[in-house]
Design a protein around this ligand. Sequence first.
Ligand SMILES: *Cc1c(COP(=O)(O)O)cnc(C)c1O
Length: 390
Amino acid sequence: MKPDARGYFGAFGGRFVPEVLAYALDELERAVAEAFEDGRFWSEYRELLATYVGRPAPLYRARRFETGGVPLVVKREDLNHTGSHKINNTLGQAMLAQRMGKRRVIAETGAGQHGVAAATVGAKFGFPVDVYMGARDVERQAPNVALMRLLGATVHSVSSGTQTLKDATNEAFRVWAAEVEESLSFIGSVVGAHPYPYMVREFQRVIGDEAREQCAREYGRLPSDVVACVGGGSNAIGIFTAFLDSGGVRLWGVEAAGEGIESGRTAASLGAGSIGVLHGSRSYVLQSAEGQVLETHSISAGLDYPGVGPEHAYLKESGRVSYVSVRDGEALESFFDFARAEGIVPALESAHALAFARSISRERGGGDLVLVNLSGRGDKDLAHVGRLSS
Ligand SMILES: *Cc1c(COP(=O)(O)O)cnc(C)c1O
């Protein structure tokens, strides 16, 4: 579905920003509307997805990881250039920036995956890229910082607040407000003020559009279940969108429980949060009773965010998608199991989806088929996992 004219999915979304940014968002909204109506925009996008990103991403049946009798099939976003689904989005935003005559790009990043994808397309399109990253993340994600610099981006370390993604996002917005004329801010998930959640979804829906066709062609049916991890929610909405109108397909969004929803050390915004405003839109937020945004915890940096995209809040309330959560330990177990059973190292984020998918595939039978979005590869997680297991 399209958000309404004010950018709402039901009661969620909208635009809660200062005046200067409202002007920039209006401009972006007009550019998005024009580009999305332009067949040449989409044909150029599709060609770059094929030649630059390496799409379509195949479906692969994980026969040795499966436990029940039903196929567990993964969508291989890990094979994309730069190793995750994030490039589908930054490529589209770079094409928009070019169309809008912008000369610079601003990006926020947590783990660095979106920063790397933004720096990559910045190099390809010839834009200077300024990446804002919390000081703690700059330290924790040193290989990605080196990669962004190699690609020509400038990485700014943000030392306010908790020195993580939430603070980097605030800083990126502040900088954008000062240079809206010449810059476009790239957002890495289906979060932020309208039109970002809608725009980013349209760039990620290729995942589900491809997967639906591949399931029909290769397995002769639709999946019984579609499973994806949810940080901000872009890979999940990307694979869900093609199946929303097929009532028989169960959709599962898997959040990071961290050490457990009850422990307080969690990143499950839909499971443990309440309705509030964060980074420009109304959705579920992990916050105190006074509305103070809480510090989050997850073993996976890409899921460690106190908010979630407004369309997910809407899909939760409508009941069309079920949101569940998986703990650090369960995700880590699936990370190792999947690597050793299939010879594919999944991202720790994706390992949350794999853990849940394996648990439900035990209860399935007949002609069921469980489809999982393998949102990225796990090379980036090796140092972190090594520290945990030594
Ligand atoms: C960033 C990231 C995520 C989380 O972001 P979403 O917007 O929720 O998709 C998940 N998996 C990987 C591999 C990532 O890099």
